[in-house]
Structure formats: C-alpha cells, structure tokens
Design a protein around this ligand. Structure first.
Ligand code: ZN
Length: 193
C-alpha cells in the first residue's frame, strides 16, 4: 500500500519512526498500549532484528528469545519512567534500580570511526543495542531534554513523543489525531445543540 498516506492505519503492526528519538520509537513498537488489545510490533526475535536494523543498531549476532524478552521488559520500564517524567510523578519503585543494574552490565565503550559520516562500532548482541537505547532514554529523561517530551492524550495510546516547540497535541499517529478531532467536534456540536 505505497499509495496510502497512513500506512500504519493499514497495517497496525507496521513500525513507527516518528516519535522523535530511537528510544521513543522503541516505546512505539507497542501500539494502543493502554487498550484492551495492544498491538505488538516486535513479536519475534526476527522482528526485533528488523527493527534494530531500521534504527541503525543491527547487532553482529542474531537476536534470541532472551533478547526479545529483554526488549519488551526494557520498553515497558522506559515507558513507565517516561510517563512519570511527563506527568511529574515519582517513577515506579525499582525502575531506576533495574535500569542502573542493566546499564552497568552493558557498559561498552563507544568506538567511533569515520567514512562519509560518523559511525559507532555495531553492538555485538541485541541486548547491547538495547543498552545503547536505554542510555539515550536516560540522557533525555535526566537533562533539560525531558522538557520537550509530551504524552498523547488518547487514553488507550499515551504515546510519548518529542514536541520541542510545544505545538503538537496528539502523538504522530494519524489515528489519534483524527479520533481526538472527531470527539472534539462532537462535543462542540453537542454544546451548540
Ligand atoms: Zn496517540
């Protein structure tokens, strides 16, 4: 469906890369997170490999079931930390300690090289790739960059995205914006009778 303007509404398992950072796009690998039927976009190690390749973090070794479990766990703990940050609430107990432990286990130095652009040596495993993503999340959540984060107001979505100029209301998913606008329109009509 290359002609569609909203491919994600055609295939709900299509990846999303429009949230403003790799770690936020990881959060978006689960769609409609707070609905009765969330959409899992990385359901297999193969899909995890595919996703890591798309974000330019393809590991040297093929992803395993353990990597997949780690990806899902990390994604949900980063989501909890991100939502707490935007909602200005204390993060869930244990989340920071878990993340500290995970990052100290995976503390690979950055080996950089240059050809036509800057490169970092590929991660060896998918879990190492996930640790890089976790670090990116930590940097964003513990610096002034956190102030650019916003949460989609759709109850079943609550997608986190970067909105540096503070102008966006809904997450970049076209479905959220259109549902929200339809609801706002109905409310206005009800008001005016
Ligand atoms: Zn949304």
């Amino acid at each position: 469906m290359t002609t569609s303007r909203t491919p994600s509404s055609v295939d709900p398992t299509a990846f999303r890369f429009d949230c403003g950072a790799v770690w936020l796009n990881l959060l978006a690998t689960r769609g409609r997170t707070f609905s009765a039927k969330p959409v899992e976009r990385i359901a297999t190690p193969e899909r995890l490999m595919e996703w890591l390749t798309r974000v330019e973090l393809a590991p040297a070794r093929t992803a395993t079931d353990d990597d997949l479990t780690r990806a899902h766990e990390l994604r949900e703990s980063l989501r909890a930390l991100a939502l707490a940050s935007v909602d200005e609430e204390p993060p869930p107990a244990g989340a920071a300690a878990d993340l500290t432990a995970f990052l100290s286990e995976h503390d690979a130095p950055a080996r950089l090289s240059v050809d036509t652009r800057l490169h970092r040596e590929s991660p060896v495993t998918a879990t190492e790739a996930l640790a890089r993503i976790a670090r990116q999340a930590v940097e964003q959540l513990t610096t002034a960059d956190r102030l650019a984060l916003k949460v989609c107001p759709e109850d079943d979505c609550r997608g986190v995205f970067v909105d540096p100029v503070g102008r966006r209301r809904w997450c970049p998913s076209p479905a959220c914006a259109s549902r929200g606008r339809v609801r706002a329109l109905r409310a206005r009509r009800a008001e005016t009778g």
